[in-house]
Design a protein around this ligand. Sequence first.
Ligand SMILES: Nc1ncnc2c1ncn2[C@@H]1O[C@H](COP(=O)(O)OP(=O)(O)O)[C@@H](O)[C@H]1O
Ligand SMILES: [Mg+2]
Length: 502
Amino acid sequence: MGLIKVQSVMSNELAKRACLGRPPEPPYEYLLNDPTESIFIGITRRFSVPFTWTFATLTNPHISVVGITGSGKSFFVKTFLIRASYIWNTNALIIDWAGEYLGWVTQSGGRVVSLGKGDYINLMDLSGMKPLDRSKQIMTALEILTDISDFPDQRRLTEEAIEQSYLNAGFNLSGAPDPRKEAPTLKDVTRLLEEKLQEGTYEYPAELENAVYRLRQFSREGQDYFARKSTVDIGVLLSSGLVDINLSGLPDEKFRALAALFILQTTKEKMRMEGWSASKGLKAIIVLDEAWKVASDERSDAVTIVREGRKYQFGLIVASQNPTDINEAIFSNVGTNIMMKIKFEKFMDYLQGSLNFSQFIRGEISRFGVGQAAIELSFQTSVKFPSVFVLERIIGEVPLDVYTITMADLLTENEMRDVNITKEYYFKKIDLSSKLVSNNLTATTINATFAELDARSRMMEIKELVNTLLKNGANRDSVIGFMRSLGLADEIISRTFINVKG
Ligand SMILES: Nc1ncnc2c1ncn2[C@@H]1O[C@H](COP(=O)(O)OP(=O)(O)O)[C@@H](O)[C@H]1O
Ligand SMILES: [Mg+2]
């Protein structure tokens, strides 16, 4: 009797200790899948298991990626898209907010569509949709981007004018559209409202005037990016290999968000129309990187697409440096959450609140280097192991001979959002080495530093680099000289030294 008691106490103690230490990983059969039907991502930290991603066992193919600037989100996305295209011939459509994928897509032989710079989308295009449904979608986009829902009269006037424009163009509002007929544009809608205003018979002319004003923002000459005949067909782009929709040429966030919402709406419709197919892989992946308004609003189709589950074989990847910009419904519904380095406590609280991981994982995420990630998988069947595990590093196709130094570990949230502050430096080996030489660092220090850099896939955070230099015999003045030669402000340089131990 006594013995059993001692044993059970002991095993409780052991269980507790196991919890306090590193949590176990999912068993390898959940991580390592058929290589011809899955995408290699990296090696797990604890048991060194190759993790190959498939959505066959997951609740859906959608993925969220969060982490500070420079943590490796876009690198993951690129690695993933390339491998998905090898394995399943998956098409990819990147909604490229800042034009940051442009160069890579061009290099990889993909197609670039630059909206506002030669390419246009007509917001009223039907792509097989009933005019009534498209009218509702346009109204939703206006509700997300403007305050029109606070003005019911204006809302109704606008919606009626949109519907009337379809009728005038010869469409039947609730029938499948005749593909031979040409869709109206927002210019037609604006004109209808202007005519009504001129008639002078409407009871509340101020409301009518404001409705006209609101629409003119999107249809005025020079700003009519979405009020002209389309030069591209989103439905076709969804099956055209690798495509970058570059939104950086549009004048502001509102226009970019409008484009992104339209693309998502059209994708959702395509997805529903095409329905299910028997193939195993992903047909298309849509990437939304740093598109906060579009990812945060409950009414956005980013949320709908994630909620609609897996049967359509369309995957959505949402990436952001700020997790609170991603709607909680997305976090709690995607099949895969990828968490790269997170710095700010309030972001970590939000993530931990949504995903429920341990304090141990929380600590790991805050200490990650570039390319390291914690991954949460939602399996279709209930499982008895913790679903979050740590990847030593996302292993991708790294360009040879490029050394990356990131500033992310040093900058504040505001500095991270400041476009005037450099967050990453890229060097050819020869350039980095001559910068070090010209600041009087010795060959021994430089060689040891390159050895360390190479061991870490040629990238380091600035604090690590400074630490490595000092550890290998550099004196402070030379290191300060090197940092000044990068153009870093003295305040940032002293911040680095305060942060570097020893
Ligand atoms: N897993 C990785 N292996 C090698 N290089 C990486 C890795 N992750 C990121 N990098 C490099 O680090 C830099 C920043 O990565 P990036 O993906 O642009 O960050 P983010 O999109 O989070 O701001 C890039 O130069 C990228 O090539
Ligand atoms: Mg990025």
